[in-house]
Design a protein around this ligand. Structure first.
Ligand code: FMN
Length: 120
């Protein structure tokens, strides 16, 4: 159908407003939304994590394949360099580490309580 899609978790910045807007009942909480549209450009695809790093069979692999991860990080770094003309230079691991070191959406616990998910 020629559609492109973008997932957006940013709607959890103001989840109560989303509940009001969509008239969501108790025990329903929005996690992310997805915009579907006809793209007016064809940007190159960001390299995806290799399946071997995310798929587990029978047993959970507790430590990742470091060599494969390093290869993917280099690939992502090259992708951003090319895509931004050198303005953005970061690897996947650096991005994830940056995200995890910041407190994210401290209001979520009280929001989930108000939607009936967490019993006090
Ligand atoms: C679950 C999920 C939530 C996301 N939330 C956001 C968001 O809130 N804001 C944002 O700019 N990108 C968000 N993204 C990233 C974009 O959907 C998308 O991955 C990004 O625009 C780059 O596109 P690409 O992954 O095809 O390269 C999210 C991705 C996923 C999978």
């Amino acid at each position: 159908m020629g559609l492109g899609g973008v997932s957006v978790g940013g709607l959890r910045n103001q989840p109560s407003q989303v509940v009001a807007l969509l008239d969501l009942p108790q025990h329903v909480a929005p996690l992310f939304d997805m915009y579907l549209h006809h793209p007016n450009q064809q940007p190159s695809l960001r390299p995806r994590l290799p399946q071997a790093l995310v798929a587990h069979e029978n047993q959970y692999k507790k430590s990742p394949d470091d060599a494969l991860l390093a290869q993917y990080d280099a690939q992502v770094r090259r992708y951003y360099q090319e895509r931004t003309g050198g303005n953005k230079e970061t690897s996947w691991s650096e991005q994830i580490a940056d995200t995890l070191k910041k407190e994210s959406r401290p209001h979520i616990r009280s929001f989930l309580e108000s939607q009936g998910f967490i019993q006090k």
